[in-house]
Design a protein around this ligand. Structure first.
Ligand code: ZNH
Length: 147
């Protein structure tokens, strides 16, 4: 089981407190789709993802960015059992969506970059370390149901 110090819990909660899901979700997913263009293939139902301009203007990308952050909030609220909390979401990404799990890390990294632009000096090395530990646990839990 993953152990969290009080400082880590406070740091991760602190990041969430400052997140505007709408803008951070949209920008993180947009960045992922632009920087790692192969990730577009999973979003066939999202319409035009042809280039950065189209992705930035796409309302389905904006809406899905919020969905992803709401998914992360579920992990935050169940920090001591992220693995089981994410069991069905992992199965969904594996069996139904067939998302290659390497992409979870890529989206996570995009999210960290966007958060850094928001928190600036508040995103200290300690806060970043706690945040990335949280995302690493999320990525591992999401990858769990892959065989
Ligand atoms: Zn995912 C979906 C989360 C990553 C792709 N997602 C989803 C959802 C959620 C999530 C919550 C919803 C579900 C239901 O409906 O039930 N994701 C998530 C998270 C993450 C992710 C948290 C990390 C961090 N994804 C991802 C990636 C990708 C994806 C990386 C690719 C690339 N997802 C996806 C899709 C979908 C989802 C495709 C579906 C969409 C629609 O709407 O259709």
């Amino acid at each position: 089981m993953v152990e969290w110090t009080a400082e880590e819990r406070a740091a991760i909660q602190g990041v969430f407190n400052k997140l505007d899901y709408e803008s951070v979700g949209r920008e993180s997913l947009t960045r992922c789709l632009v920087v790692y263009p192969w990730t577009r293939r999973y979003f066939g139902g999202f319409g035009n993802l042809f280039n950065a301009e189209a992705i930035m203007a796409n309302p389905k990308v904006a809406a899905h960015g919020i969905v992803v952050l709401q998914g992360l909030e579920k992990a935050l609220k169940n920090m001591d059992d992220i693995k089981n909390t994410y069991a069905s979401l992992s199965e969904f990404h594996s069996v139904k969506l067939q998302v290659d799990p390497v992409n979870f890390q890529l989206l996570s990294d995009c999210l960290t970059v966007v958060i850094a632009t928001r928190l600036r000096t508040e995103f200290t090395p300690d806060v970043q370390a706690a945040w990335q530990k949280f995302l690493a646990v999320v990525v591992s839990a999401l990858s769990r149901q892959y065989h």
